[in-house]
Design a protein around this ligand. Structure first.
Ligand SMILES: CC(C)(COP(=O)(O)OP(=O)(O)OC[C@H]1O[C@@H](n2cnc3c(N)ncnc32)[C@H](O)[C@@H]1OP(=O)(O)O)[C@@H](O)C(=O)NCCC(=O)NCCS
Length: 152
């Protein structure tokens, strides 16, 4: 699997993946902005786009803004491979800390992040607002300078 910068031709596939991956896709406008700002990265395996992520570096910290694996490719290890590839890229770039926010109910993502060494720093109450109601966000972080060999 390779992580490559998204190009404008890939946006339709990204939108398709996000709509099918889970119950909370990003608005199309937000994904297009991520593309334009160079923050959208595709996961390519055997010539197919299996997923994507969006991340934003600020000084020596990078925040994972979004991550999705195509529904038909889920539970096959691609999410883990994407995250491991991204961690390696961030480390090579000299980043010291990775941050993310995740819905408290998102058990799949939470299990993935925890297994990669992310710790919960705290919570933002009622952070996610949708027609179904509000939901807390867990704020998680991974200190790259302290990561053990499992993530190298
Ligand atoms: C979260 C997501 C990216 C995981 O991708 P994936 O390719 O299915 O994950 P993997 O197959 O690599 O699994 C990695 C680990 O995630 C966890 N996991 C994945 N799917 C899970 C599920 N349905 N239930 C519980 N744990 C799950 C497991 O810990 C798994 O490790 P294991 O296989 O050793 O048990 C995917 O479910 C997705 O796109 N969800 C919708 C979008 C989303 O919620 N993004 C995160 C926003 S913060």
């Amino acid at each position: 699997m390779q992580l490559v910068q998204a190009d404008p031709e890939s946006i339709d596939r990204v939108l398709q993946i996000d709509l099918g991956a889970g119950p909370h896709p990003w608005p199309e406008s937000a994904l297009r902005r991520a593309l334009q700002s160079g923050e959208l990265v595709l996961a390519i395996a055997d010539g197919a786009t299996v997923g994507f992520l969006v991340s934003q570096p600020v000084l020596d910290e990078t925040t994972l803004m979004h991550l999705a694996v195509a529904r038909e490719h889920q539970r096959q290890g691609w999410g883990r491979q994407m995250m491991q590839g991204w961690l390696a890229q961030q480390r090579l770039s000299g980043q010291q800390r990775l941050l993310l926010e995740v819905r408290r109910s998102n058990q799949a993502a939470l299990a993935l992040y925890r297994s990669l060494g992310f710790d919960t720093l705290g919570q933002r109450r009622g952070y996610y607002v949708s027609p179904e109601g509000v939901e807390d966000a867990l704020v998680m972080a991974l200190d790259l300078s302290a990561v053990g060999s499992a993530n190298r």
